[in-house]
Design a protein around this ligand. Structure first.
Ligand code: HEM
Length: 397
């Protein structure tokens, strides 16, 4: 067994779509310890087998202290460890109690029923983009409003609150954010959500997600509100980001874009490969866990109390598929870990898939000559948030 020296978690990128400089080399020989922005040292597990092992093993619990890419005080989590309704910060039966009823709301069948409405939202936004004319910013024209409107409708939150949620998410995921700022944003969102939740509970209706949670579960008001905040924030930020990043990867790889153009009906398979590749190429710290016992992973002994970062760079491991470092839209679907793995695997994966499939297919079918106005390498990227991505994507057609 080997113990590597601790180095800082790399952040600088020499290409905006590739992992931070030095990350791939550092993790190529197995788990290494890296220092997060907040000073905490953690094992980075970046192999496919290691990632699945850690994420499925109940001896690794979800984060209770700090985020690898947030400059909060050492080890301090922005969300209180005992915050009711914090689904991504609890484990075991307490976690399943929250997760089970929510999973029903995100089942494939239910998400497929949303397809016509999602298509309508996409078409309307592309109509507006076309009418305004080029150049357009793809982030504000489609990537951000699409998932933001869909999650609000699914939950049953009026669309006029959309901008408030987008702004709050930006603050809550900021790298320089503090616990106080996070709490202030969560409180502001809670004040908007509380009357909506209370009204649905009083009416006893379960025709949207808030109604379902309010009336078909024993969740407390505090749990309900925090769950809604989590879904609204997680429900738009990630999908918006990846729709943008997918487009940029396709701009950089015209041969792959041609595969999508040739057969848009394969959008489901194409999105899966783009997820695998794009999430993998982000590299970095990924998902935080803490060992509750000594466990061996990929030949190193992770001791009880050690922090572990599961890097989704694992999606580029040759153990998962041949030529894993290449984007190949002809590839059949493989079991990637882009949505995580194990008990905390992404709850909204089926929704994200449908949004990404419809969004991507419609965009490139309707604008076959879509192209960036400025080179992808010169665009502006968000490095101040824990969700790295394009701040704006200026396009013409
Ligand atoms: C491309 C889009 C998305 C990606 C790449 C993504 C990725 C992930 C990943 C990797 C996890 C696992 C976290 C962990 O193990 O600690 C996760 C969890 C989660 N995601 Fe997503 N997500 C996406 C979209 C969504 C959407 C649309 C929603 C909601 C509608 C959502 C809601 C959640 C929730 C609630 C969890 C926590 C589940 C739990 O802890 O049990 N995500 N997501």
């Amino acid at each position: 067994m080997t113990e590597a020296a601790v180095c800082p978690l790399p952040h600088e990128r020499d290409h905006p779509l590739l992992p931070p400089i030095g990350f791939a080399e550092a993790v190529s020989r197995g788990p290494v310890k890296m220092r997060w922005l907040n000073g905490v040292e953690a094992w980075i597990v970046a192999s496919y087998a290691g990632a699945r092992q850690v994420l499925a093993d109940p001896r690794f619990v979800t984060r209770k202290g700090g985020h690898p890419e947030m400059r909060t005080d050492e080890g301090e989590a922005v969300v209180d460890a005992d915050q009711p309704g914090n689904i991504n910060g609890i484990d075991g039966e307490a976690h399943m109690r929250l997760r089970r009823p929510l999973s029903r709301g995100f089942m494939v069948k239910r998400m497929n029923e949303l397809r016509p409405r999602i298509q309508q939202i996409v078409d309307e936004h592309l109509d507006v983009m076309e009418a305004k004319g080029a150049p357009a910013d793809l982030v504000t024209s489609l990537c951000l409003p699409l998932p933001s409107l869909v999650i609000a409708e699914l939950l049953g939150v009026p669309p006029e609150h959309q901008e408030l949620f987008q702004a709050a998410a930006r603050e809550m995921f900021g790298k320089n954010g503090s616990k106080d700022e996070y709490t202030a944003q969560a409180t502001r969102l809670g004040e908007v959500l509380a009357p909506i939740v209370a009204e649905k509970r009083a009416a006893g209706t379960n025709d949207d997600m808030i109604g379902l949670m309010a009336n078909d579960t024993d969740f407390s008001m505090e749990e309900l509100i925090f769950l809604c905040i989590g879904l609204l924030v997680a429900g738009h930020e990630t999908t918006a980001n990846f729709l943008g990043m997918f487009t940029l990867h396709l701009f950089e790889k015209p041969d792959q874009r041609e595969i999508l153009r040739r057969d848009p009906s394969r959008a489901d398979v194409v999105v899966e490969e783009l997820l695998r590749y794009t999430v993998g190429q982000l590299g970095g710290a990924g998902l935080t866990r803490r060992a509750t016992e000594d466990v061996e992973v990929d030949g190193v002994l992770i001791k009880a109390g050690d922090w572990v970062s599961v890097s989704l760079y694992a999606n580029l491991d040759e153990e998962l598929c041949p030529r894993a470092g290449e984007l190949d839209l002809d590839r059949e679907v493989v079991s990637h870990v882009g949505f995580g793995f194990g008990p905390h695997q992404c709850l909204g994966a089926n929704l994200a898939r449908v949004e990404l499939q419809i969004g991507l297919r419609s965009l490139f079918t309707r604008f076959p000559n879509l192209r960036p106005v400025t080179p992808v390498t010169e665009m502006h990227y968000r490095t101040d948030m824990i969700t790295y991505g394009a701040a704006e994507i200026p396009v013409e057609w």
